[in-house]
Design a protein around this ligand. Structure first.
Ligand SMILES: Cc1cc2nc3c(=O)[nH]c(=O)nc-3n(C[C@H](O)[C@H](O)[C@H](O)COP(=O)(O)OP(=O)(O)OC[C@H]3O[C@@H](n4cnc5c(N)ncnc54)[C@H](O)[C@@H]3O)c2cc1C
Length: 488
């Protein structure tokens, strides 16, 4: 009997015990079920499970392990490209688990596995609170946070991962665990920036902030002025910038689609986006040199936190795209010239967007109580994306920009902005990666849980100890090596 026949027979038993559903290859809705937000990802899993509760996640993980399959959680499929082949893998979709509970007194949000940022931002705003959302309203909160999470409020408040209070997670042994500072501290550390290799998260509790408005918007210039815009922006970021101000420089090519206003439809721009918490006069002062360049449009004004979610104009419907990013150790004149040459008016490939975000502030402060990605040790984060409706355009789209900026790449990559497979050790510090592998070996020695940027289990000696002992040993080992165990 083929693996497929046996899996499909067993899957009907799984299905009977679920609130959600199982969809197998060959069934009428399989093509719809296997689709990711990024339509360029052609996913062919052994089965798709739509979970509706933590109980469903436990059942699906137990089932996968019993069938010798791997299981990959997917909230939206925004970062589905690096998953690669899903042969012998069950794709666990969490999009039906969208519950959110706001605790206005504690200033926290408990967010279920499938929630996207617009769900949380809207719910929090009803209580005068803000979350550390990213640029897109429909990126998944869990995938974003497990990978770190760079918000436009991040220079002030840090990574989303550094603001997690508790995590409910189903580990490879089918146990639903609570990970926080008091329980499962190693797992809690690994999940905050180590990605999705350590279990399937069913809910997260996140810190919220008493913010209702932000002074934010865009300075628009014709793409032809890209060089002077980038120089002026870069000089701003080299000065004394308060944590309250975040700026992004960007080359943007807008498609000729009818739902865009006529003045920007089908046109290309060099932009500077600005986000400021606090007195607008302080931001105006810092933005003076950019305004002196004479932008063709200046939309910076006080807006509500939910409005912020649409400012960056990320695609809100599924698209086929290829994106990738680099952290930059510096952004000297030569890097600006190279970027303009590759992505400006004379670009060979008309990339839809090339952005450079200013990091630093709290994002760069390495605090002991933070998780596996404790900080981003680089001043800039670049992301380039091409809309790639045909497979042959996929490869060409972003490789150019990455290659051209490679001489200024920082030592480490940022997991969330890595949409191709990366050498894993480049996503974390050497110490963090070693510890992640040991924790993976302890909670998932047979590598049942599969992430888009997988952490392989560290090799363990035959007859290694029981899981609980392993975690204890790892902690002890790190304590002996002089690394503190993160329990504060
Ligand atoms: C348009 C756009 C804008 C973006 N803006 C930002 C930004 O401003 N800041 C930023 O930091 N990033 C940003 N990103 C990157 C984004 O954070 C990552 O792509 C992230 O992985 C998306 O998470 P997801 O759940 O939506 O995607 P998915 O592809 O569904 O998930 C990605 C990975 O997350 C893990 N995962 C998801 N759900 C679970 C779960 N329940 N349990 C365990 N693991 C899970 C899995 O390993 C999965 O492979 C952006 C991406 C896009 C495409």
């Amino acid at each position: 009997m083929s693996t497929f026949t046996s899996l499909s027979r067993e899957a009907s038993r799984l299905s009977a015990g679920l609130q959600g559903e199982v969809i197998l290859p060959g069934q009428p809705r399989f093509d719809e079920a296997r689709r990711a937000f990024n339509l360029a990802a052609d996913q062919e899993p052994a089965a798709v499970v739509f979970a509706e509760s933590a109980h469903d996640v436990v059942a699906a993980v137990t089932f996968a392990a019993s069938q010798g399959q791997q299981i990959a959680a997917q909230g939206t499929g925004h970062n589905a490209m690096p998953l690669g082949s899903l042969t012998d893998t069950i794709l666990l979709k969490t999009e039906r688990m969208r519950g959110i509970q706001i605790d206005p007194q504690a200033r926290t949000a408990r967010v279920e596995a499938g929630a996207v940022w617009s769900d949380v931002v809207q719910a929090a705003a009803r209580h005068g609170l803000a979350a550390l959302a990213g640029s897109s309203p429909n990126v998944g909160v869990i995938g974003y946070t497990l990978g770190g999470g760079v918000s436009f409020l991040g220079r002030k408040y840090g990574l989303s991962a550094s603001n997690v209070r508790a995590i409910d997670v189903v580990t490879a042994d089918g146990q639903l665990r609570r990970a926080d500072r008091e329980h499962e501290p190693d797992l809690f550390w690994a999940l905050r920036g180590g990605g999705g290799s350590f279990g399937i998260v069913t809910a997260l509790k996140l810190r919220l902030f008493p913010i209702t408005q932000v002074y934010a918007g865009i300075l628009w210039y014709p793409l032809e002025r890209g060089t002077e815009v980038l120089h002026t922006w870069r000089d701003l970021t080299r000065g004394a910038v308060p944590d309250e101000l975040t700026t992004v420089s960007r080359f943007l090519r807008l498609p000729p689609v009818p739902d865009l206003p006529a003045e920007i439809r089908g046109k290309s721009f060099a932009l500077v986006e600005a986000f400021h918490l606090g007195d607008p006069a302080q931001a105006d002062d810092l933005l003076t040199p950019l305004r002196a360049l004479g932008p063709v449009n200046d939309t910076i004004k006080t807006i509500t936190v939910p409005e912020l979610l649409h400012l960056h104009m990320d695609p809100e419907q599924p698209v086929a795209s290829l994106g990738d990013g680099l952290m930059l150790a510096s952004f000297p004149d030569e890097a600006i010239d190279a970027l303009v040459q590759t992505a400006g008016t004379s670009a060979k490939f008309p990339l839809a967007s090339v952005e450079v975000r200013h990091l630093g502030g709290e994002l760069g402060r390495h605090r002991r109580q933070n998780g596996a990605l404790a900080s981003l040790q680089a001043p800039y984060l670049m992301f380039a994306a091409g809309i790639t409706p045909t497979p042959d355009l996929k490869a060409a789209a972003t490789a150019e920009v990455e290659d051209v900026l490679a001489p200024w790449a920082a030592q480490h990559m940022y997991l969330n902005f890595s949409e191709t497979s990366r050498p894993r050790a480049t996503l974390w510090t050497e110490h963090a990666y070693r510890r992640l592998r040991q924790i993976k070996a302890s909670v998932d020695p047979h590598d049942v849980i599969r992430s888009n940027h997988p952490v392989p289990p560290a090799r363990t000696k035959p007859g290694h100890l029981h899981r609980g002992h392993d975690l204890w040993n790892i902690s002890l080992k790190f304590a002996c090596e002089g690394h503190s165990r993160v329990t504060t």
